[in-house]
Design a protein around this ligand. Structure first.
Ligand SMILES: [Zn+2]
Length: 224
């Protein structure tokens, strides 16, 4: 089994050890070329094993199972993220507690469900749009992700949880952890009008310096 699948299994255990994968929730995938390796349905991230990973082909139409167990029923969310951005090689989806709590609150803006309370969400992720609720496994959820026109490296599914990407496994894991930390901060502060947010100028400077998307403009439209 390839190194990237080993990295995926280690990442699954790590996320579970951090408490970000309650029960058997959460799923993770990696891409090698046009092939996806996904955590199987009904298997906790803590128990992810290189020998029992679902293997599918990624095509513009979605996923075609090739071998191994059935992929998570949320596999179409992963496919939507890969199809948007060819540089993505890992996708992490969690039901981590604070991110789920934040996903039930009104979004801060159209491009970020979470307010910029610390620099780190902007530095590591940038935009994190809230995607309207759909029942788990509903294929229209993936369609909503595919239809978004702004640039992003992650979304927050309303009343559900985050889906984040990385150019490698480590970056996707770091982003998943950052979303949970930022959501925890936002939920702890709550709706306090006196809380200081980073200014739009501060956010734009951070995003530009760290190469992250921030705001509704796409990369080509962002003024330099
Ligand atoms: Zn889910």
């Amino acid at each position: 089994m390839s190194t990237v699948v080993q990295q995926m299994c280690r990442a699954g255990k790590h996320l579970a050890e951090l408490g970000l994968s309650p029960g058997s929730s959460g799923n993770i995938s990696v891409r090698e070329g046009d092939r996806l390796y996904l955590s199987p349905t009904g298997v906790a991230l803590a128990d992810l094993d290189e020998g029992s990973v679902a293997v599918t082909a990624l095509s513009p139409n979605g996923l075609d199972p090739l071998s191994g167990p059935r992929p998570s029923k949320e596999a179409s969310l992963h496919a939507a993220m890969y199809l948007r951005d060819p540089s993505v090689t890992c996708v992490v989806h969690l039901h981590s507690t604070y991110a789920v709590a934040a996903s039930c609150l009104p979004p801060w803006t159209a491009y970020s469900a979470l307010p910029p309370l610390t620099p780190y969400l902007v530095m590591r992720l940038g935009n994190l749009p809230l995607v309207p609720y759909r029942a788990p496994g509903d294929p229209s959820q993936a369609q909503l992700i595919g239809d978004l026109t702004l640039d992003f490296h992650g979304v927050l599914l309303q009343n559900h949880g985050p889906v984040v990407t990385g150019v490698d496994v480590q970056q996707a894991v770091d982003r998943a952890v950052e979303v949970e930390v930022a959501a925890r901060t936002a939920v702890l502060i709550g709706d306090r009008p006196r809380a200081r947010l980073l200014s739009e100028q501060e956010c734009r400077a951070l995003a530009r310096h760290h190469g992250q998307p921030w705001g509704l403009a796409t990369a080509e439209e962002t003024p330099t």
